[in-house]
Write a protein that binds this ligand. Structure first.
Ligand code: SME
Length: 137
């Protein structure tokens, strides 16, 4: 498992803060990579509960980021073939990898009910959030 209960509580608090303060950030969560298996595991989240608590590497937007190590901004989720729908209300998504000592160990995932909700400013903000989180992991 990734880190202590205290770490998980802090990451939960970060999800809550972001989701409550940014109106177009309707769902905010951290998925963390399993230490030995090629799967992502939902670690903390704010917003509607999701059934997708485990995502194999390569599957969906999240799984693709686990492999590519790159930000993935989706303006319109309907245009994506390799996409895992968590809610019918979601229209756009951003996933930013979380690096610890240069290793992609997880990601922050944001869903929006607004189309094309995310731009470069969101990428920089979420990269900064992940850098802060990496210091407590
Ligand atoms: N849409 C994601 C799955 C996670 S839910 O958005 C919370 C994907 O395609 O990987």
């Amino acid at each position: 498992t990734t880190g202590s209960l205290k770490t998980r509580e802090k990451m939960q608090h970060i999800c809550n803060l972001i989701q409550e303060n940014l109106p177009t950030y309707n769902w905010v969560g951290f998925y963390m990579a399993h230490e030995t298996e090629p799967t992502l595991h939902l670690w903390s989240q704010a917003g509607e509960p999701t059934d997708h608590t485990v995502i194999p590497f390569g599957k969906g937007i999240c799984g693709q980021v686990a492999v590519s190590n790159k930000n993935f901004v989706v303006d319109d989720v309907k245009a994506q073939d390799n996409y895992i729908a968590c809610s019918i209300h979601v229209k756009s998504e951003i996933v930013v990898p979380l690096f610890k000592n240069g290793k992609n160990i997880g990601q922050i995932d944001i869903d929006s009910n607004t189309i094309k909700a995310f731009n470069e400013e969101d990428e920089r903000f979420l990269e900064w959030v992940n850098e802060q989180v990496a210091t407590i992991l």
